[in-house]
Design a protein around this ligand. Structure first.
Ligand SMILES: CC(=O)SCCNC(=O)CCNC(=O)[C@H](O)C(C)(C)COP(=O)(O)OP(=O)(O)OC[C@H]1O[C@@H](n2cnc3c(N)ncnc32)[C@H](O)[C@@H]1OP(=O)(O)O
Ligand SMILES: O=C([O-])CC(=O)C(=O)O
Length: 386
C-alpha cells in the first residue's frame, strides 16, 4: 500500500463535503449558503442568518418568526445551571465557564447519544439547535453579573437576539444602533468553513454524542489564542503598544523575536479577510456617534494594520476577523474577556449547521498517523532499570 502523505495541520486536506459556506482565499470572498457576507451584513439579521445556515435557504416570514419566537422563549436556563455557576471561580476565564456550563446543559437530557430515530427527526434536531443558540448568550451574560456578585438579569422577550444580550449584560435597553452593530458582528462570526473549532465539531458529531458535548468541545477549541482567543490578545497587544508612535518599533521587535502579531495571518485567506474590512467600517460607524469617541485603540489598530502590511503583506499575511472585533467590542464598553465568548455565541449557528450536516451523512472520523516511535522493546523490571 502506498504510504499516506502527512500534511501538518491538515493544510489543503478536505475532510468533508459541505454546502454551508465557501471561502475564496485569494480573492478574499466569503459566502454563507451562496450569499456574500457583505450582503448578509447589510440586509440580514443574526436570527435570519442562523436559520439560513441551519436550513440552507433564506426563510419565509413565518419560518423566521417562529424561529425568532423559539429563541426568545428558550433563553432561560435551568436554575441548577445558575447554582453550578455559583461555585465556579470568578477569576476564571469566561470561556472556561462557558465550556463547562454548555456541557452541563446536556445533563438535563439524560441520553448521551442520539438514537437512529432522533438523528432522522429534523424537528427534534432543529429544536435542540435552537435551544443551544438561545441559551449561550444567557449563560455569558449571567456570568457577567454573577462574577461581580449581582443577580443575573432575566432575558427580555421583547428584544431581539443581539439587543437582549446587551440588555442582559448591563440591565439597560441598548440604543438600537448599538444593537444593530452587535447583530452585524454576530452575522460576521456565525460560520467559516472547516476552521479548527468546526473541525472539532465534525469529529465529535461523528461519534453521535449529544450536541452539548459537540458545542462544548468547539468552545474549548475556539478559546485558543491561535483561533477565536486572538480577539482578546489583539486588544492586550494594542494596549501594550500604547501609542501610534510606538507601533513600528513594537512590530519590528516582535517580528525579530519571530513572534506572531495577533489578529494577522490566516490559513485560507492570503489577502485581507473580508470580515476585517466590515468590522473596521463598523468601528468607524461607532466612532462617528457622539459620546463614543474613545478611539485611541482604534487609531493604534489602524497604525498596526498599516505597519504590519508593510512588513507582512508580501508573505500573504493580512488582518483577520479577530483584528478589529475586539477593538469594536472594547469601544462598545464590553469587557475584554467576553470577546471570545461573543464569538462562540455567534459561531454556535455555524457549528450546529455542521453538526446537522455531519449527522445527515455520517461516518466516524478515524484518521491515521505516521508512526515514528520504537518497536519490540524488552520490558525491564523496575529494580533493574539503570
Ligand atoms: C478566527 C480565527 O481563528 S482567525 C486567526 C486568529 N489567530 C491569530 O490572529 C493568531 C496569529 N496568527 C497565526 O498564528 C497564524 O497566522 C494562523 C494560526 C492564523 C494560521 O496559521 P498557519 O496557517 O499554520 O500559518 P503559520 O503559523 O505556519 O505561518 C506561516 C508563516 O507566516 C508567519 N505568520 C503567520 N501569522 C503571522 C502573524 N500573525 N504574525 C507574524 N508572522 C506570521 C509565520 O511566522 C510563518 O513564517 P515562516 O514561514 O517564515 O516560518
Ligand atoms: O477559518 C479559520 O481557520 C479561522 C477563522 O477565520 C474563523 O473560524 O472564523
Amino acid at each position: 500500500m502506498a504510504e499516506a502523505i502527512y500534511a501538518p495541520g491538515l493544510e489543503g486536506v478536505p475532510v468533508t463535503h459541505s454546502g454551508i459556506s465557501h471561502i475564496d482565499g485569494s480573492a478574499g470572498l466569503l459566502e454563507y449558503r451562496g450569499y456574500a457576507i457583505e450582503v448578509l451584513a447589510e440586509h440580514s439579521s443574526y436570527e435570519e442568518t442562523a436559520l439560513l445556515l441551519l436550513d440552507g435557504e433564506l426563510p419565509q416570514a413565518t419560518a423566521l418568526a417562529s424561529f425568532d419566537a423559539g429563541l426568545r422563549a428558550h433563553r432561560r436556563v435551568k436554575y441548577n445551571i445558575r447554582e453550578l455557576m455559583k461555585y465556579m471561580p470568578v477569576t476564571g476565564h469566561p470561556m472556561d465557564m462557558l465550556h463547562c456550563a454548555v456541557a452541563s446543559l446536556g445533563m438535563f437530557y439524560p441520553q448521551q447519544e442520539l438514537s437512529d430515530a432522533e438523528r432522522e427527526n429534523v424537528p427534534h434536531l432543529d429544536a435542540m439547535a435552537m435551544r443551544i443558540i438561545a441559551r449561550i448568550p444567557t449563560i455569558v451574560a449571567m456570568w457577567e453579573q454573577m462574577r461581580y456578585g449581582n443577580d443575573p438579569i432575566p432575558p427580555n422577550p421583547d428584544l431581539g437576539h443581539a439587543a437582549n444580550f446587551l440588555y442582559m449584560l448591563s440591565g439597560q435597553e441598548p440604543d438600537p444602533e448599538l444593537a444593530r452593530i452587535l447583530d452585524i458582528c454576530l452575522i460576521l462570526h456565525a460560520e467559516h468553513t472547516i476552521n479548527a473549532s468546526t473541525f472539532a465539531v465534525l469529529v465529535s458529531s461523528s461519534t453521535l454524542t449529544n450536541p452539548y458535548h459537540v458545542i462544548a468541545g468547539a468552545i474549548g477549541a475556539l478559546a485558543g489564542p491561535l483561533h477565536g482567543g486572538a480577539n482578546q490578545k489583539v486588544v492586550e497587544m494594542l494596549t501594550e503598544i500604547g501609542s501610534v508612535e510606538r507601533v513600528p518599533g513594537y512590530l519590528d521587535e516582535k517580528l525579530a523575536r519571530k513572534e506572531k502579531i495577533w489578529g494577522f495571518g490566516h490559513r485560507v485567506y492570503k489577502t485581507r479577510d473580508p470580515r476585517a474590512g466590515i468590522l473596521k467600517g463598523l468601528m468607524e460607524r461607532l466612532a462617528a456617534r457622539s459620546g463614543l469617541k474613545h478611539t485611541r485603540l482604534f487609531e493604534i489598530a489602524q497604525a498596526v494594520e498599516l505597519a504590519a502590511g508593510e512588513r507582512l503583506a508580501s508573505k500573504g499575511i493580512h488582518a483577520n476577523v479577530d483584528f478589529y472585533s475586539g477593538v469594536l467590542y472594547h469601544e462598545m464598553g464590553i469587557k475584554d474577556d467576553l470577546f471570545t465568548p461573543i464569538f462562540a455565541m455567534a459561531r454556535s449557528a455555524g457549528w450546529l449547521a455542521h453538526w446537522r450536516e455531519q449527522l445527515a451523512n455520517n461516518r466516524i472520523f478515524r484518521p491515521t498517523q505516521v508512526y515514528v516511535g520504537r518497536h519490540g522493546k524488552a520490558y525491564v523490571p523496575l529494580a533493574e532499570r539503570g
